[in-house]
Design a protein around this ligand. Structure first.
Ligand code: ADP
Ligand code: TYD
Length: 202
């Protein structure tokens, strides 16, 4: 069975994931590769319903409940969309995955990181990204890029986002083989070329 490539993109809101994923998709498609562009939370189907709750529900949501909803979305996503695409030999570009739960619910909300890691492994059946890019930007840049219209997660406040950013920096330090830390303040073109250098040297 041919095996594709699984690449995830991470960082605080507005760090430039969507922009870079689009450029990388175009790069692979020029080489006639089949690319699946997907995201968490809420790729399609049931995931879209979970996304609606996670980003727009107005009432109280406990941190554990929030973690389980992201993990439920991930389990469905990996089983019905990501794994089949990897098995078909496609290149999967995924906007957010396991590291988001560690950074946002773990470092941000204070849920136990070891427990989230264990639950991530259950949700993914231990399928791991081949490469993860984390784009690091400061909180002011994040806030100005996100703009005034904020969803439930984006409204969590500056202190929350500082913890999430620190969380991402810890993840990058602890898994240097898989996780590549990129300065998200660099120009769009420069970031794209750094990504290509990393992918082609893998
Ligand atoms: P994300 O998907 O991580 O939320 P986006 O790619 O949607 O981020 O980018 C958020 C905003 O920041 C967009 O307006 C985008 O054009 C802009 N942007 C993205 N990357 C850069 C960059 N390297 N420098 C300046 N602005 C950027
Ligand atoms: P989204 O609109 O996709 O934001 P972005 O364009 O920045 O990726 O919203 C997803 C939000 O959900 C974002 O604020 C990060 C958050 N999130 C978590 O808190 N935990 C998770 O496990 C995932 C996948 C996302």
């Amino acid at each position: 069975m041919s095996k594709g490539l699984f690449i995830t993109f991470e960082g605080i809101d507005g760090c430039g994931k969507t922009t870079q994923i689009k450029l990388l998709k175009e790069y692979f498609e020029k080489q006639n590769k089949t690319v699946l562009l997907t995201r968490e939370p809420g790729a399609k189907g049931l995931g879209e319903k979970l996304r609606e709750i996670l980003l727009n529900y107005n009432g109280e949501v406990s941190s554990n409940c929030e973690s389980f909803l992201f993990l439920a979305d991930r389990a469905q996503h990996i089983d019905t969309i990501i794994k089949p695409a990897i098995e078909r030999g496609e290149i999967v570009l995924c906007d957010r995955h396991t590291d988001s739960t560690i950074a946002y619910q773990g470092y941000g909300r204070g849920v136990d990181i070891e427990e989230i890691t264990m639950l991530n492994n259950i949700a993914t059946g231990n399928t791991k990204p081949d490469i993860t890019f984390i784009f690091d930007i400061d909180i002011d840049t994040s806030m100005s890029r996100v703009g005034k219209e904020k969803d439930r997660m984006e409204s969590a406040g500056i202190e929350f986002f500082k913890r999430v950013r620190e969380g991402y920096l810890c993840i990058a330090k602890s898994e240097p083989d898989r996780v590549k830390l990129i300065n998200g303040n660099d120009s769009i073109e420069h970031i794209h070329s750094q990504i290509l250098d990393i992918i082609t040297s893998k």
